[in-house]
Write a new protein. Structure first.
Lengths: 115, 116
């Protein structure tokens, strides 16, 4: 079946612009995660949804970052007034169930470059 | 707090050599899960294996094997008879059972280069 898809794959934004990154999880997956991966680093947690509820946003680095999943499927990560330190790969992952024993399936990521 | 350490930043081996990727973790929970993911140049993280903290039995899958030792908080990954297609960044990750949202905590990764 189809895996997790993300769009766009690449995004170049000028500093100060707003961007929106989209994630289409695997159909029927309850849990959805966003991670940020800086160059040469492992992914770091940003936020978590269980269906349409955002249960944890403790990893969002500032109030310029906002995520939503209004119908419990597609999710959007929005970054307002982008800054150079926002340059990274943004990964979306979905998981079939709530429990931590289940693996997360990752999308290909969106590489954001802020100039 | 949770932490995953992958001390090897980069490893280079010649094809057909065996290679072991180290992973050491820290957690206060008694119930937790360990994962390995592969990230090829395409960028997508590919799930390789999951182990829970109650199962220390080692696992083998083809050329891949994993050694989980709670006594040393390690979950090492060995590739036998490496191939060029194994070249990628490999991440070890930890998820605690009692941390609510249970995100994955990743190590910084080990970049493996297999040379023909």
């Amino acid at each position: 079946g189809a895996g997790v898809s993300q769009s766009p794959r690449y995004k170049v934004a000028k500093r100060g612009q707003d961007v929106a990154l989209r994630c289409d999880p695997i159909s029927g997956h309850v849990s959805l995660f966003w991670y940020q991966q800086a160059l040469g680093q492992g992914p770091e947690f940003l936020t978590y949804f269980q269906n349409e509820a955002q249960l944890d946003k403790s990893g969002l680095p500032s109030d310029r970052f906002f995520a939503e999943r209004p119908e419990g499927s597609v999710s959007t990560l929005k970054i307002q007034r982008t800054q150079q330190e926002d340059s990274a790969v943004y990964l979306c992952a979905s998981r079939q169930h709530r429990g931590p024993s289940y693996e997360q399936y990752f999308g290909p990521g969106t590489r954001l470059t802020v100039t | 707090a949770q932490k995953v350490t992958q001390a090897q930043t980069e490893i280079s081996v010649v094809e057909k050599e065996d290679v072991t990727l180290d992973c050491v973790y820290e957690t206060r929970d008694t119930t937790y899960y360990l994962f390995w993911y592969k990230q090829p140049p395409s960028g997508e993280l590919v799930f390789l294996i999951r182990r829970n903290s109650f199962d220390e039995q080692n696992e083998i899958s083809g050329r891949y094997s994993w050694n989980f030792q709670k006594s040393t908080s390690s979950f090492n990954f060995t590739i036998t008879a490496s191939q060029v297609v194994d070249s990628a960044v490999y991440f070890c990750a930890l998820s605690e059972a009692n941390s609510g949202n249970t995100p994955l905590v990743f190590g910084k990764g080990t970049r493996l280069s297999v040379i023909a």
